[in-house]
Write a protein that binds this ligand. Sequence first.
Ligand code: PHE
Length: 427
Amino acid sequence: MARETWGSRVGFVAAAVGSAVGLGNIWMFPMRVGLYGGAAFLLPYLVLLFAIGVVALTVEWTLGRATKGGPIEAFSKTLPGGKYLGILVNVTMLMIFAFYSLVLGWILRYFIASLTGELAGVNPGAFFDSIAFSKEALLWQFIVIAITISIVAMGVQKGIERANKVMMPALFVFLLILTIRSVTLPNAYEGLRFYLLPDWSKVMSGKTWMIALSQMFFSLSVLGNTMVVYGSYLKDEDDIPLSAIATAFGDTAVAVTAGFLVFPAVFSFGLEPTAGPGLVFVTLPMVFQKMPGGMFFGALFFLLLIFAGLSSTVSMLEVYVDSAITKLNISRRNASILLGLLTFLVGAPSAVNPSYFDWLINISTVYIGPLGALIAALALIKLGVDKAYEELKKGALIDVPELWKPWVKFLYPIVIAVIYISQFLLG
Ligand code: PHE
């Protein structure tokens, strides 16, 4: 059977931005900005995005298109032991979906609580504690996985591309409405000051750069799995460089705008920006409770997160569904159902066990995730940067400077390796 392809360029970019934009942007990005000194985090993030992020997307898409396969295919064709490295990044993807589906499940629950007005009358901290690690959370996690299965089972064009073409424009509209509401609240400028004026001592800290880099890889979905698979559905006439710029820009625009949504509102009501994971689940509900029309804005906010999250979860499940279709020869529908259920089995204990939840996050995003990006870079280097450069230029409207070659061959893998190792040394 011929490999599926994207139906249109716009559809591909919508799906790529959809994968990239997720809880990473709206939940994790403001939380890290809050923890790492406001603008002091933003600056390294933007520098790394231009130097590394855009290149990272071109690396994974080029590798995918050149090898016409997901990570197992791409790594076996290029690296010794590549098959096992491919399996490793597939397993990592499953682990990411396993914890991500739990968080997205909480969001589903919050969306319903805002719609019914329940959220208006509760103590947000106690509400979060009663939901987060509970048997009820299992149900919401299951629903998230079931929706994801149903989209992935429909295929690349009819499922993933179509869902993204609806969810992405809606997401941008919701984000705009909510941001305008936030920056026009009384005292909003306090939040803007925090967000935009850097504390220079923090900009110079190695830890800030390290966190910014791993945040960026996660946020752009470049962990050697999703973007390789999405790249493998590209046709020769598709434009990789331009799509990479568009995706990096779109992803970052959403993350940065999410900061404009969160901080003015948080400061306007005299709350703290350093709540960590609770920023979205405890601090913002407090904001919605105090704000006129708060339950409406709350529902809109959680719906925004649901769209952002689902467009990412489909790109996660697609990775190992594609591997199963091509390597085990089972139908897309059966692969989606079986692997979705397997993800639920792996993820379910996290709904009742916070330390397992933390373990899943750390293993998949901190310890193995960046290695996936490194493996993909090495695979491309083994393929040959000259050959890869030719592949990259096929269908490209813009001229990619030759500097791309040494950049990919030396700078890119070295930066990943240094930052990866330093996270263990800096603790
Ligand atoms: N980029 C997504 C986010 O920011 C998460 C993701 C990571 C999706 C890896 C696919 C692969 O939420």
